[in-house]
Design a protein around this ligand. Structure first.
Ligand SMILES: [Zn+2]
Ligand SMILES: [Zn+2]
Length: 560
């Protein structure tokens, strides 16, 4: 039972195309196509870098899927992290079939679809490890892997060209908190039966050794719980259910009440409890509104905001702007999460505010209170040696992690061909070989607000300009008939430095602008569009020449 191949398809070519997540971190999405059947694996987002002003989410450019209209028969989700499910609502319209995932993964997808008013409840189909599903000439087989959230899957795709194994995100946790072990046996079986290609998570390919079990943080937290005399606040990701379980158990052990603070914490801890992924002894959990009913030494709060997100729980608590939870001297605030690159400043600010309130800041640098969910070099090598693929394709990582992972594979399996590909490459498996046969367009789409519009480059350029140089609004009242200026233009500024040169410029500018308008030809003065352009160019020139500044100029022409 190694494959669902039928002779009719034995010579069929299979294309594998990363739409996102190869050559970058986040927005994981992989298309697998053969004949007129295609499936999509994962539909993730990337969190915006700080220079993408006001952008809430980044999703992959989906135009590569245009050529597969009507052929994508399923979306298969490996696990419930945002970089794998965050774009489901944006992609589901292009899928002609179900969305497969484990119960926990689908429970995290549901509220996202509701937010977008998408009713897909009939299309969300639960799957379990070792289950098989046939989709046209493809048979998907699900395998359990361990990671930092419950219910994670790898997928073995039995295709006409051979078996393709996609690991999803994983580490090899030998002592998983929920007792659900990595299915090393099945990976090994597939390997001895023969695997065409292995697509594997490269996130931590540049880390030596092994990553370590989720349980490794126990000692660090025990030290905190046994020495803290005030409240304990812990910031972590709300999807890190294993971490929540460990801390809930510790709350019970150390006789503290446990409160989930922040919307994501409350939502995800509820989902996890409903599904049995998180068990809290009766009498332990309290509401965040009840925190001040207990002595500080009797409470632990699990908070959102580990990345310094301004509106999340911990950053609000840190500036004493939370309705229910307040910090006092003697409290301890522990950061139990990795700092996503780009967030360091925001996180540092939160830590400063926490310290100002007299509370103690504890990070992974002080005590071992965070462990990664991704496999390090030795685990990656172990998996490669079990699977023994003919072709090895590193995914999930920037180019340097992909290259490093490729070298690891080469060292373990000298006979394997390493294919380091990028988003948009059409990797074609055919007649026992593999090659990049084509390239499809890829890129990023920026989403502003959680439900609406895409943002173009132009908008982003304006936002960058505004942030860097400030804004000058010039208001000019013009007589619609004569084109004469009714009164001197007025200027409103935002974000412009209050210095001598700017001040002088602002005093002079209205008069200079009035002169320029009076000197302009009548046609220009009576055409608001032309006049705006004239004002814009003139003001930009003045600011550049006299003050050495390049503010964003927004002309407003009122016809009176
Ligand atoms: Zn993950
Ligand atoms: Zn991931």
């Amino acid at each position: 039972m190694q494959s669902a191949d039928t002779p009719a398809f034995a010579a069929g070519a299979v294309d594998v195309i990363p739409i996102g997540g190869v050559g970058e971190f986040g927005m994981n999405m992989l298309l697998v196509a053969t004949g007129d059947t295609a499936i999509l694996i994962d539909a993730g987002v990337m969190f915006p870098e700080p220079e993408l002003f006001g952008v809430d989410l980044v999703i992959p450019d989906l135009s590569a899927l245009d050529g597969y209209r009507g052929r994508i028969k399923a979306l298969v989700l490996t696990h419930g992290h945002e970089d794998h499910i965050g774009a489901v609502a944006h992609v589901i319209g292009r899928i002609d079939g179900p969305v497969y995932g484990t119960p926990f993964t689908l429970a995290l997808v549901e509220p996202k679809l509701q937010e977008h008013n998408i009713d897909a409840s009939g299309r969300l189909i639960q799957v379990a490890p070792r289950q098989r599903i046939a989709i046209g000439p493809l048979t998907l087989e699900f395998l359990r892997v361990t990671h930092s959230v419950p219910d994670c899957l790898a997928i073995a795709i039995h295709t006409p060209a051979g078996v393709i194994v996609h690991t999803g995100d994983f580490k090899i946790d030998q002592t998983p908190t929920d007792g659900q072990h990595f299915d090393l046996h099945r990976f090994a079986e597939l390997g001895s039966a023969g695997v065409l290609a292995l697509f594997s998570d490269s996130t931590n390919a540049d880390r030596k050794g092994v990553t370590g079990s989720e349980r490794e943080v126990t000692d660090g937290f025990e030290e905190i719980f046994s020495s803290a005399t005030g409240k304990i606040l812990i910031a972590t990701f709300s999807t890190s259910i294993y971490r929540l379980q460990l801390l809930a158990d510790m709350a019970e052990q150390f006789d503290r009440k446990l409160a989930f603070v922040g919307r994501g914490m409350q939502q995800n801890s509820q989902i996890a409890q409903r599904l049995g992924a998180l068990t809290i002894e009766p009498g332990i959990q309290i509401r965040d509104s009840e925190v001040h009913d207990y002595p500080p030494a009797d409470v632990v709060c699990l908070c959102t905001g580990s990345q310094g997100e301004a509106l999340a729980a911990l950053p609000r608590i840190a500036i004493d702007d939370h309705r229910h939870v307040h910090l006092s001297p003697g409290d301890v605030v522990a950061f139990s999460a990795r700092n996503i690159p780009g967030n360091e400043k925001a996180i540092g600010r939160v830590m400063n505010h926490v310290a100002k309130r007299g509370a103690e800041v504890i990070t992974d640098a002080d005590k071992h209170i965070h462990v990664s969910g991704h496999a390090s070099a030795e685990e990656l090598k172990l998996l490669i040696s079990l699977v023994k693929p003919r072709f090895f394709v590193p995914i999930h990582g920037e180019y340097r992690q992909l290259a490093r992972h490729g070298r690891l594979a080469q060292a373990v399996c000298p006979g394997a061909s390493v294919m380091v590909i990028q988003d948009g490459d059409v990797l074609r498996f055919e007649a026992g070989g593999a090659r990049v046969a084509d390239r499809l367009p890829t890129g990023r789409v920026l989403i502003d607000g959680t439900r609406t519009g895409e943002i173009g480059d132009e908008v982003l350029r304006d936002r960058r300009h505004l942030a860097g140089d400030g804004l000058v609004v010039a208001i000019v009242a013009i007589n619609a008939q004569t084109g004469a200026i009714e009164q001197d233009p007025s200027l409103i500024t935002r974000g412009l430095a209050a210095d001598v040169r700017n001040d002088a410029m602002l005093k002079e500018a209205p008069g200079l602008l009035a002169q320029v308008i009076r000197a302009a030809p009548h046609e220009e003065r009576s055409d608001p569009g032309l006049l705006k352009e004239r004002i814009r160019i003139e003001l930009q020139r003045l600011f550049r020449k006299r003050a050495g500044r390049r503010p964003f100029v927004l002309p407003v022409v009122m016809e009176v």
